[in-house]
Design a protein around this ligand. Sequence first.
Ligand code: DOR
Ligand code: ZN
Length: 418
Amino acid sequence: MRTVLYNYQIVDADTCLNGTVVIDDKIITDVISADSFNYAQKIDLLSTGACMVLNGNGLCLTSGFVDMHAHFREPGFSQKETLESASLAAAAGGYTTVCCMANTKPPIDTMEAALALRTRACELELIDLYPVISITKKMQGNKLSEFLQSVEEQKQITYMPLLLSEDGRDIADKELYRRAMRIASVLNIPLSCHCDLDGEDAATQRVIDIAKNTNCRLHIAHVSTKKAAGIVRREKAGIKARGADGLSLTAEATPHHISLNDRLAKKLGAETNGKVAPPLRAGRDRTAIIEALKDGTIDVIATDHAPHTMFDKENGSPGFTGLETSFAVCNKVLAGENNFSLKQLLALMSANPARILGLNDRGKIAKGMRADITIIDLEKTWTVDSYNFKSRGKNTPYNGMMLTGKVLRTISDGKIVY
Ligand code: DOR
Ligand code: ZN
């Protein structure tokens, strides 16, 4: 089936033009600029016999967002979120590809568990879900996960995760960590690190030092302090200066760390509704993270979507539900208040995470790419009310806040999912 999306402002990490996107089944088969010769005739021709023609009236059309870091809570915590509610929330937030973390009950520490979850997610036909596999067995920090062990034993691999991570906790055993990094490098899978042993700053330096000479693709999750951002900047510069020296380094920041600070956390309840790991930081940290996103030190915006029940929040569970506010929050802080271009913003939310995860078929609007498309009204102002979220997690720090920029429609793998 053909879909013709005409009269859009097409924007991605490299492009900004007015025109038309043509989808045939699940692939983008044409991107045509409205300036091109005989545009009207061409669109007429393309729409002949088309099953669906959508007039965008100048709305923004971009590539589906890619989230390297979300918690979907299945198996084990369906009171917080289900595979379905999380997938619907992702689609509503403009996300078409998501990596979900392994800290479930039981933890996702085998290929079989990850594949079972992915299969169920595929059956929902909403978004493309890639379960992360934990680094250690049962996430207990003392033995490599079965997945990493079985790779050493050269068993047959049926599911290749896009990311390995122990997100939710750090790993104390250095040697174990280094072994995991070596295996990850052989498999060419990036390893996402939750750095908080002896504090984020020390832990960030530590994990980079452990990774040296392992050839690992190291990714630092949710960087939130000025110092940690400085460490990533300096280490990246070092890697660049020395040439390939057995390590590649990338990093992410969350919408909440670039938009909120510790004063707000206190107001919401430092041990309850304002609690997140890493915690909301001082104003100077927030500014430093934005600076690090601007100069390329931090490559990616990742939501760390962490839905909880109200009861769990009141009892100290850390995290915020984040998929459905991510774009509007980043639009406000980065584009609105810090002069990021739309191209820069979309690089952070789509092209860069797709590249880091090795997904060459998405992240941009171009011929031959997967038809993952998000349509946004950049002018629309709306008030956050978590009652309206698709996510079961209503634990947002943004309730009542006015934001500008609303995802209106999401197409995933050629199908309208929102
Ligand atoms: O705030 C957080 N919540 N940080 C984490 O690292 C884990 C997450 C969760 O699973 O709730
Ligand atoms: Zn997380």
